[in-house]
Write a protein that binds this ligand. Sequence first.
Ligand code: 6PG
Length: 481
Amino acid sequence: MANSAARAQIGVTGLAVMGSNIARNFAKHGYTVALHNRSIAKTDALLAEHGGDGEFVRTETVEEFVAALEKPRRVLIMVKAGDATDAVIEELAAAMEPGDIIIDGGNALYTDTIRREAAMKARGLNFVGAGISGGEEGALNGPSIMPGGPAESYESLGPLLESIAAQVDGTPCCTHIGPDGSGHFVKMVHNGIEYADMQLIGEAYNLFRDALGFDAARIADVFTEWNTGDLESYLVEITAEVLRQVDAKTGKPLVDVIVDAAEQKGTGRWTVKAALDLGIPVTGIAEAVFARALSGARAQRAAARGLASGALADKPTDVEQFTEDIRQALYASKVVAYAQGFDQIAAGSAEYDWNLHPGDLATIWRGGCIIRARFLNRIKDAYEQNPELPSLILAPYFREAIETAIDSWRRVVITATALGIPVPAFASSLSYYDALRAERLPAALTQGQRDFFGAHTYERIDADGKYHTLWSGDRSEVSAS
Ligand code: 6PG
């Protein structure tokens, strides 16, 4: 019920579905929730439909909204990331007092959050960039929450967020991530991993359809089976649901009548851009972003229709074996994609001095978020056993899993390539794995080429220091240290 006298423990501004659902989640957990929205209609709609979920305070102005909050005031902004967020922050900051807390729960770019946190800190306000994953259902019933910002503000904010977060084995899928933009940074990488996971599942689906001739319902059965084993995850689960859906209009599988052009709001792109700046090869995530872009290049694809396929092999006949091969290839490629994502988190932590703990992230990603999966328990175990893992791939559990999968993985990439079926993420993940373990890489030749045309120098395997060859002279080598 709306109660103007109540002193709210949390305020939510921005009452679209995500904002409304998270406000309801707080109310259902016993908190008094102050509500605010640019248009009062959304506030009244929420109260009319769900006012019975708990204690709400209806407010119309920002001043009324802020005045309804107990101190230190805690306000959660749930508006579309971008300029709108800055405007709302400014309006709130003007009405709030030192020690109050502003939380941005949108998918903000972490560099914006770093800037905003510094600006609010200068005004005595605590600014928390919080990644919130799990979509509308997660917001209502338990998301994974990744709050960054000042550690002291988490003392006041943490209990509220942890109470509404998803819970796994009695542990909330929420923890203080680290300073300033770290929360939005790890949410961004979560989304990048989500893209890679979805691309890998899509490539497996494509192989079942084009190499084995399975229809959507039969592929759904495979994913349902897989969801009882090591590949158990939200994304595998919903894949089976999407594939089973029949289009009411045509009677065909819905997936067969959806346009094959994937869209993207941008968090995957941000992840790859950030990885490029950090010098971290996130090949799985990058292939997923590029695959979405290529799928959307409709005119170019239409012009390319009919290009030679050059298929070099017959389709697999041992359906059972190839199905297992695809499962193994999916698992191994997923290990690579997650390993790369965690490498990027480690690099971001070092770059921004955030002191992030990868095991904590695996722990809070086990539930509530889009990439939630049994797999994350294995990652949590790996980092608990060795927090300094040079790569997740080197964790004994994953090293052995890939040893088991490697022949299948190679067969899948070979078969797909021979049949002309695109598997950019499967193939790039396998090449990444082979490059990571290689004794020698062709980078030695690259260094020679760079020294030839740009005198960029090189190191030697048998001596310290940098060297340059006098390519346009007598081709003798000189020290360049
Ligand atoms: C989540 C999701 C969410 C994401 C949308 C759309 O963690 O709940 O990752 O934050 O923004 O699912 O993402 P794309 O449009 O980029 O696919």
